[in-house]
Write a protein of this length. Structure first.
Length: 156
């Protein structure tokens, strides 16, 4: 004969209640996964991955050539991961490796073709982001950014 507590658990009543922190983390992860899925569809329409598009935006935002190390830091990935992304973008003619006095450093430059792609896609990116965030009023969006940045700064 089963113990009464076992019957209660079998009926779906869990003794393991999620903490508010766990609920919050899962909500952020689910929202992030949905946003990434939507964004990936858009990037594919441009013939790119999200990582490749982000590299182009990083270079455009910097306004100057950057090293692979600088790009990797801004993408929050290793330099080795960036190499393959840069190789594929270079094959597409969207960026190039530029001459640098220190031959140990590869500087990466946005090409005219890369800048053109960003300029042509910018309105679509802006509209896609507005649609994704439409359920939040502007002040809520500012608060969301503030809170997420606070999480980013959190140490282990």
């Amino acid at each position: 004969m089963a113990h009464p507590a076992a019957k209660k658990r079998e009926a779906g009543a869990s003794r393991l209640r999620a903490s508010q922190a766990e609920v919050a983390q899962v909500a952020v992860m689910r929202a992030g996964a949905r946003l990434i899925k939507e964004a990936d569809s858009f990037y594919r329409s441009l013939g790119l991955t999200g990582g490749q598009y982000n590299i182009l935006r990083i270079l455009e935002g910097a306004g100057e050539p950057l090293s692979q190390q600088q790009i990797a830091r801004r993408l929050l990935v290793s330099r080795a991961n960036v190499t393959g992304l840069i190789d594929r973008l270079e094959e597409k003619g969207l960026l190039e490796r530029c001459a640098c006095p220190d031959r140990r450093v590869n500087l990466i430059c946005l090409t005219a073709k890369g800048r053109d792609l960003l300029e042509k896609s910018f309105a679509d990116v802006t509209e896609r982001c507005a649609r994704s965030m439409r359920r939040l009023a502007a002040p809520e969006q500012h608060e969301l950014v503030r809170l997420l940045r606070k999480l980013e700064e959190q140490q282990g």
